[in-house]
Design a protein around this ligand. Structure first.
Ligand code: PLP
Length: 441
C-alpha cells in the first residue's frame, strides 16, 4: 500500500503533537513487530531492516534466546540497583567483559562500570580518565560521534546541529582530523600514507595548544560511525596508541557502534591489533535493552565508592539480555557478520561498475558505508541524492539510514542471510538507477 498506511499515518500525527521534535525521523515507519532481520509495520507492511535500530539489534529482532533470558530474569526481579546492592547477572557480565574486551593486553585485569547508553559509557570514560591521570584535556576527532550529554557532546563533532545552541561546551577538548583516506585531510594518496594526519595531533595540538602532560586521554572510534562509516588505516590507530603510551595519556576506544560482532570480530579493535586502556560499549551489547559498559584496565579504574554510579546502570534485565546476546554472538553470529558482510561488501562494490554515483564502498563485516558523489574526480557530495535513495528504499521495503553528509550505512542485524543481502542490493541498485535517471526529482 502507499506509505504510510492509515494506522501509521495516525500514529505519526499523534507523535508530532506530543513527542520531542528533536528526533530525526527520515520516513514514517511505525513498528508493530519484528523477527530476525524482518520487521512489520502497524498496517501489515513487511520490510527488510538494514538499520537494526541504529546498529542495536545485533541478534535480530526478538531473538528467542534473548527474549527467554529477559523473561526469566523479569519473573525473578526487575531492579535492585547494582550501585547499592549485588546481583549475579551484573557480576557475570563484568566477568564476561574482562574475558573479551581488548583492554589490558589480554591479562583479564579489567573492571566494568555499567550505565544505560553509549553517551553515558563515554561520560564515565572521560570522568575516569580525568580522575586517574589528574589531567583534564581530551583529544577527539572531527566527524566523531560519542553521544549527546554534555561531556561526550564536547567530544562529538559529527554535525553542528548536535552542538548548536548548547554551548559553551565542556572545556579542554581538542579535535584533530580523522584518518579518512577517501577524503584525505592532507590531500595524500593512501599508497604513500604513513598516517601523516596524526601529525596534526603531534605537531599542532601538542605543540601549539596543550602540553602532552596535561592530556588525560585520546577518545577515538576505531571505525567512524555517524561520521560516514569511515575505516582508518591500521597505522593511524596503532600510532595513536604509541603516542598515548609515550605521554601517559589514556586511550579510550569507543566501540559503541563498531563493537559486539558488527565488524565480523567481537570488537573492531581486533582488526587493528589495538589494545586500549578503556573501551566503551553500548548499542548491540544487549540486543536492544538499554545498557552501556565502560570497561577499563583494572589499575586505571581505581576510583573510590561514590565517585561514579547510576541507579539503573547494568540493571538485571539488561544484564541478562547481554549475557544471552554474547552467547548467541559467539555461537555463530560474529562469524555470520564476517561471511555475509564480505558477501554484501562484494555485491555493493560490484555496483560501482554500473553506478558512477558510488564514490566509495568501505567497511568491515556488517558495518558497510557507501559514499555517493556527483563526480568521482571532484568527489562532490551527492547529499540530496543520498536522501532520496533512503526514501526510495523505504518505499521499496528496506529500512536504511544515512551516515555522514552523503553516505548510506548498511548496518543490519547480524542474522542477515545472503538471500536477504541479495534483496537489499537489488533494491539499492534499482534506487540508484532511478535517482541517477532523474537526479533532482
Ligand atoms: N558512540 C558512538 C560511536 C555512537 O555511534 C553513538 C550513537 O550513535 C554513541 C556513542 C552514543 O550512544 P547513545 O545514543 O546510546 O547515547
Amino acid at each position: 500500500m502507499p506509505l504510510p498506511g492509515p494506522k501509521a499515518a495516525a500514529l505519526v500525527k499523534r507523535d508530532s503533537a506530543y513527542v520531542s521534535p528533536s528526533y530525526t525521523r527520515d520516513y514514517p515507519f511505525v513498528m508493530a513487530r519484528g523477527e530476525g532481520a524482518v520487521v512489520e509495520d502497524v498496517d501489515g507492511n513487511v520490510f527488510l531492516d538494514c538499520a537494526a535500530g541504529i546498529a542495536v539489534t545485533s541478534t535480530g529482532h526478538a531473538h528467542p534466546e534473548v527474549v527467554r533470558a529477559i523473561t526469566e530474569q523479569a519473573q525473578k526481579f526487575l531492579h535492585m540497583s547494582g550501585t547499592d546492592f549485588y546481583y549475579e547477572p551484573q557480576v557475570r557480565l563484568a566477568e564476561e567483559m574482562a574475558a573479551m574486551v581488548p583492554v589490558g593486553g589480554g591479562t583479564g585485569q579489567v573492571r566494568s562500570f555499567f550505565s544505560n547508553s553509549g553517551t553515558e559509557a563515554n561520560e564515565a570514560a572521560i570522568k575516569l580518565a580525568r580522575y586517574h591521570t589528574k589531567r583534564f584535556n581530551i583529544i577527539a576527532f572531527l566527524g566523531s560521534f560519542h553521544g549527546r550529554t554534555l561531556g561526550s557532546l564536547a567530544a562529538t563533532s559529527s554535525k553542528y546541529v548536535q552542538r548548536r545552541g548548547f554551548g559553551p561546551m565542556m572545556p579542554g577538548v581538542y579535535h584533530a582530523p580523522y584518518a579518512n583516506c577517501y577524503r584525505c585531510p592532507l590531500g595524500l594518496k593512501s599508497e604513500s600514507c604513513a598516517a601523516e594526519c596524526l601529525s596534526f595531533v603531534e605537531d599542532q595540538i601538542l605543540v601549539h595548544l596543550v602540553s602532552p602532560d596535561e592530556v588525560a586521554a585520546v577518545l577515538v572510534e576505531p571505525i567512524q560511525g555517524e561520521g560516514g562509516y569511515v575505516v582508518p588505516p591500521a597505522q593511524f590507530l596503532q600510532r595513536l596508541r604509541e603516542l598515548t603510551s609515550q605521554h601517559g595519556m589514556l586511550m579510550i576506544v569507543d566501540e559503541v557502534q563498531s563493537g559486539m560482532g558488527r565488524t565480523g570480530r567481537m570488537f573492531a579493535s581486533e582488526h587493528f591489533g589495538l589494545d586500549a586502556d578503556i573501551v566503551t560499549i553500548a548499542k548491540g551489547v544487549a540486543s536492544g535493552m538499554p545498557l552501556g559498559v565502560t570497561a577499563s584496565r583494572a589499575d586505571v579504574m581505581t576510583w573510590p565508592p561514590g565517585a561514579h554510579a547510576s541507579t539503573f546502570g547494568g540493571n538485571p534485565v539488561s544484564a541478562a539480555a547481554a549475557l544471552a546476546t554474547i552467547r548467541v554472538l559467539r555461537d555463530g553470529l560474529v562469524r555470520n557478520a564476517e561471511v555475509v558482510g564480505e558477501y554484501l561488501f562484494g555485491s555493493l562494490r560490484a555496483l560501482m561498475d554500473k553506478h558512477q554515483i558510488i564514490g566509495d564502498v568501505r567497511g568491515m563485516g556488517l558495518m558497510i558505508g557507501v559514499e555517493l558523489v556527483r563526480d568521482r574526480v571532484t568527489k562532490e557530495r551527492a547529499t540530496i541524492e543520498r536522501d532520496r535513495i533512503v526514501q526510495l528504499m523505504f518505499h521499496k521495503g528496506v529500512l536504511i539510514l544515512g551516515a555522514g553528509r552523503n553516505a548510506i550505512r548498511f548496518a543490519p542485524s547480524l542474522v542477515l542471510t545472503k538471500d536477504q543481502a541479495d534483496t537489499i542490493v537489488k533494491l539499492f541498485d534499482e534506487s540508484l538507477t532511478e535517482v541517477t535517471a532523474n537526479p533532482r526529482a
